[in-house]
Structures are given as structure tokens and as C-alpha cells.
Design a protein around this ligand. Structure first.
Ligand code: AMP
Ligand code: MG
Length: 338
């Protein structure tokens, strides 16, 4: 079966084509250079750029896969959550294609897509625990079975990726902050003591306090006219930001002792320190298979949406509904904390 997948939830215009679970094309057109000067994603600009790029990216994917549009059997797309204007561009594109080609639509939850990116590495065994860490999300997700998602912990304020982006803006090191801070941190020393946010027994996270602590630290250093190394601040921040994730994973593994697979998902799962710490932690759990997504598939991409769609199609658990609408708050029933 040939699956066309479109992901447009934020600032990447992505089209992938899969033959079952094999990637034939995976094109990502990044808008970073346009948003860079604002230090973050400008939603209005993101939607306009998606409108400009989507047909070119679609054509490029078809060329790369050496297929014509009529060869497509299923059309998968990110229905939410995300920036509503950005989602709408992808949605209108797939609705038009679906009507024109008379092929079914397969709506996919963005975070389900990130989790299923790990399926390109290894198959899942259930129950599964996922640490979903991205620019908009910090969640622990428990999966009892295929496509059954339950949020067991989440951030109460900022997401971890958002904290990386804000700290980078503060340090004037650029956007997106995650990969930049990650690199600088490896060239610095853990010098400053920052508080571990929400370091309790719950599975919830909080990152806004950590961001404020970095603001205060820089403010105090400036007031005292002390010179400081940006790399040391990056290293100190990264140590705390990743330690809190590890601590929460430890608590979750204790609360859910039957876990057979652990996966990391989302843009922040590209973080080298986090990957090292997870590998070290999971080496103490020989019965759990650790899967980390390929670096190229950590950030937003449409291949992950196609992979999740593959499982929806073979289990016949999708709803081909042309009246469906994109929503920034979109919450699939299957992906909730109930
Ligand atoms: P996503 O929301 O899944 O597209 O992921 C984007 C987020 O991941 C942004 O907040 C980035 O700053 C963050 N990110 C990307 N690479 C890294 C990294 N190596 N370390 C930490 N955060 C990262
Ligand atoms: Mg994402």
C-alpha cells in the first residue's frame, strides 16, 4: 500500500511517501530562517509559508518516490495539536486530494506520530512507556496496546523544548535553542547550581521556574559585573533540564513495572545528553527494550505520520471523515489522560 503523509502542525512543511513501512520519500522544508529573527515561531507567517511551499514539497516527494499522485492509496495527515493556521493548510490540501483521488483520509495525532517514529528503528512490545519531549509538549505516555495512548504525566507550564528555546534567546545564541544549547553545553562545565523543578513523586513536569532561575542567574552575574562563560550556563541548564526528565522516567518505571518497551519522542529526543542518560538508566532494566528515534526523525517530519497511519490502516482504526476540522486544542479521544 502507498501512503501519502502530510505534516504541517508548526514551522516545517513536510510530505512523505511510504510503501507500507518503507520510506520512499521524506521531504522537510524548514521555515527556521524566516522565524529566526523573531526568536520563535510567528504563527501567521508559518501558515503563509505553508501555503507557499506545500505544493512544491508534495511534487518533490512524488519525484523522489518516482510515483504519480494517482498511485497513492491512503492520505494521512496531522490533524492536531498544533498551530491552527498551519494545520489548516495541511488539512485543506489533503481534503482536496481526497476528493479528487477518491482515497481515504487518515487523521493522525501529532504526538502519536512522534512516538511511532521509533517504529522505523524497532518493533514495539506492549505495554510501552513514551517520554514525549518537544517544543510544545513534555509528557509521559503509557500505551497498553497498539494505538492506545494514556497521558500519565505532563508539564504544568512550559515544555522542555520551549525552555531550551527561551534560554537560548536569553543568551542571544539563536533559534531553535535546543540544538544550539546542546552543542554549547558539551563545550562547557556544570558550574552553576540551578533548582530542580517539580522534583517530587508526581509524574508531572514544570519548566517555567528553571527558565526564571536562568534569568535570575544572568541578572545577578551582570549586576556583580562578573564575567561568565555562556557554555557553562548552557551546561548547567542542560544538566538540570535532562535530570528532571530522567527522575520522572524512574518514577514512572516504578509505578508501571510491566513496561516492555521504552521510547523517547519529539524534537528534544535528539538531545545527546538526554540520549546518554536514558541509555545509562535503561541499562539497569534488562527486560525493557529501549528505542531512541533516528536523529533525522526526532523533529517534525511526515514519515512518522505515515508510519502511525500504517498501523491505523492495518487495524482499521481510522475515521475517513471529510467534515473533520483542525483544532489547536485537538484532542483525540484515544490520546487523553482519562
Ligand atoms: P518539535 O516540537 O518536535 O518539532 O521539536 C522542536 C523542539 O525541539 C524545539 O524546542 C527545539 O529547540 C528542540 N530541540 C531540537 N533539538 C534539540 C536538542 N538537541 N536538544 C534539546 N532540544 C532540542
Ligand atoms: Mg513536533
Amino acid at each position: 500500500m502507498i501512503i501519502l503523509a502530510i505534516e504541517s502542525s508548526c514551522d516545517d512543511t513536510c510530505v512523505a511517501i511510504l510503501k507500507d513501512k518503507e520510506i520512499l520519500a521524506n521531504i522537510v522544508s524548514s521555515q527556521i530562517e524566516f522565524h529566526n529573527k523573531y526568536g520563535g515561531v510567528m504563527p501567521e507567517l508559518a501558515s503563509r509559508l505553508h501555503v507557499e511551499k506545500i505544493t512544491y514539497v508534495l511534487n518533490e516527494a512524488l519525484n523522489k518516490a518516482n510515483l504519480a499522485i494517482k498511485d497513492i492509496d491512503y492520505i494521512a495527515f496531522t490533524v492536531g495539536p498544533g498551530l491552527v493556521g498551519s494545520l489548516h493548510v495541511g488539512m485543506q490540501t489533503v481534503k482536496t486530494l481526497s476528493l479528487l483521488l477518491d482515497k481515504p483520509l487518515v487523521p493522525i495525532h501529532h504526538l502519536a506520530g512522534h512516538i511511532y517514529a521509533n517504529r522505523f528503528v524497532k518493533d514495539f512490545e506492549y505495554p510501552l512507556l513514551a517520554l514525549v519531549v518537544s517544543g510544545g509538549n513534555t509528557e509521559l505516555v503509557y500505551m497498553e496496546d497498539e494505538l492506545k495512548f494514556k497521558i500519565i504525566g505532563q508539564t504544568l507550564d512550559d515544555a522542555v523544548g520551549e525552555a531550551y528555546d527561551k534560554v537560548s534567546r536569553l543568551l542571544g545564541t539563536g533559534y531553535p535553542g535546543g540544538p544550539i544549547i546542546d552543542k554549547l553545553a558539551h563545550e562547557g562545565q556544570i558550574t552553576y547550581k540551578l533548582p530542580l523543578p517539580k522534583n517530587d513523586d508526581s509524574l508531572d513536569f514544570s519548566y517555567s521556574g528553571l527558565k526564571s532561575a536562568v534569568i535570575n542567574l544572568i541578572h545577578n552575574l551582570n549586576q556583580r559585573k562578573e564575567t561568565y562563560n555562556v557554555n557553562d550556563i548552557a551546561a548547567s541548564f542542560q544538566d538540570v533540564a535532562t535530570t528532571i526528565l530522567i527522575n520522572k522516567v524512574k518514577i514512572a518505571l516504578k509505578k508501571y513495572p510491566m513496561i516492555k518497551t521504552f521510547v523517547a519522542a519529539g524534537g528534544v529526543s535528539a538531545n545527546l545528553t538526554l540520549r546518554d542518560k536514558l541509555t545509562k538508566l535503561l541499562s539497569d532494566y534488562p527486560n525493557i527494550s529501549l528505542i531512541l528515534p533516528k536523529l533525522a526523525l526526532c523533529g517534525d517530519n511526515a514519515a512518522m505520520i505515515g508510519m502511525c497511519a500504517y498501523y491505523k490502516i492495518i487495524t482499521n482504526s481510522y475515521n475517513n471523515d471529510l467534515t473533520i476540522s483542525a483544532d489547536a486544542q485537538y484532542d483525540l479521544e484515544e490520546f487523553s489522560n482519562k
